[in-house]
Design a binder for this molecule. Structure first.
Ligand code: ZN
Length: 209
């Protein structure tokens, strides 16, 4: 008889512990500091269940980060969201994991390309702390490069047909989203944790030490 019959709350707790580990602390506390081309994936496993968190700059997934301005851009966001909702972020070969829950959010950064301009002209006093975000470049009144970043965040729960410990999981994200160059992945289970940098040539994460 299995005693490994816990609720998803336990997994979510493990994922929380993973997220606060050193590897992810810096990025997690400063979402605006993301780097285009890179994405993060964290997975907590127990038995046949996995909870996965995926975070990526929107640039990697739709090619822009500003709010959509055209029907094509709105469609790109809808398409990316739909894909992330309906495809397992990780799976064993043969699609043996079923999605039991999937939530996708597009988080817009501070929408400042337009509204920012008003108070950006004269830097008379430097009292405004929040004026300085992750980007250190001061582009005076030149807003040719909009500084508003956005990200997609996905939280997904999988039910797989076999226990996941020791398995190698593959992500299809690289083939779906050409803008992703590297995924920094980490996993945690009741008995261990590990990580790997995933690329299109090596899109796999092995869940063993
Ligand atoms: Zn960005």
């Amino acid at each position: 008889m299995s005693t490994r019959n816990r609720s998803g709350a336990h997994l979510a707790l493990m994922l929380g512990l993973l997220t606060t580990s050193a590897a992810f602390a810096a990025a997690a506390s400063n979402p605006g500091a993301h780097e285009h081309g890179k994405a993060r994936l964290e997975v907590a496993i127990e038995g046949r269940t996995a909870i996965i968190r995926f975070e990526s700059p929107a640039m990697n997934l739709v090619g822009f980060e500003h709010d959509p301005r055209t029907p094509e851009q709105r469609q790109a966001i809808t398409d990316a969201t739909g894909h992330l909702e309906h495809h397992a972020l990780l799976d064993r070969s043969g699609d043996t994991c079923a999605i039991t829950d999937s939530r996708v959010e597009r988080l817009a950064g501070r929408a400042d390309p337009e509204t920012h301009q008003a108070d950006h002209g004269d830097h008379g006093d430097h009292g405004e702390q929040d004026h300085h975000d992750a980007h250190s470049h001061h582009d005076d009144d030149d807003h040719a490069e909009a500084s508003s970043h956005s990200e997609f965040h996905v939280m997904q729960t999988l039910a797989c047909d076999e226990p996941l410990a020791g398995q190698t999981l593959t992500t299809g994200l690289f083939t779906e989203f050409a803008g992703i160059e590297v995924i920094e992945a980490a996993w945690v289970s009741g008995s261990g944790q590990g990580g790997a940098s995933l690329t299109i040539d090596r899109p796999t994460l092995t869940l063993s030490r």
